[in-house]
Design a binder for this molecule. Structure first.
Ligand code: AMP
Length: 131
């Protein structure tokens, strides 16, 4: 795992950083030089895998601003590979990136949810505006 200039807000004690350092276990689905994918500990669907970059990125802002082309390509390739490995490439799946406070991101290390194994519906968790 590497730190990047301009990424001061990254908290190296977050739970996914600890998984990447091998301090906490995970059920690994896929790994390459840039990416780790593992089973979500509280699956919302029969298939629920998290795909994370190995680099120290909080979310889409710093990832898209400072990650290399290889890192960005690797994350997307890994999503496709996970879908194939989990058997949902043909049946279909949804990817979600919760980003920041309004995006309801809980773990401050960029992660792509890969969800499938049954029909997921039209859209998820968007409440109508109160005003
Ligand atoms: P988000 O709300 O997008 O930040 O999602 C965080 C996800 O991380 C949730 O779906 C959690 O169930 C999942 N999660 C939290 N801790 C772990 C862990 N130790 N191993 C695997 N998944 C985890």
């Amino acid at each position: 795992m590497t730190s990047k200039p301009g990424n001061a807000a990254y908290d190296p004690t977050n739970i996914f950083a600890r998984i990447l350092r091998g301090e906490l276990p995970c059920k690994k689905v896929y790994e390459d030089d840039h990416v780790l994918a593992f089973e979500d500990i509280r699956p919302l669907l029969p298939v629920h895998v998290l795909v994370i970059p190995k680099g120290a990125y909080v979310g889409m802002n710093d990832f898209t601003a400072t990650a290399s082309g290889d890192e960005i390509a690797a994350l997307y390739r890994a999503v496709g590979e996970v879908a194939r490995l989990k058997g949902v490439a043909d049946s279909g799946y949804r990817i979600i990136v919760n980003n920041g406070v309004d995006g309801h991101q809980e773990v401050p290390h960029l992660h792509v949810h890969v969800l499938g194994g049954r029909k997921v519906g039209r859209m998820v968790g968007v409440q109508p505006a109160a005003d």
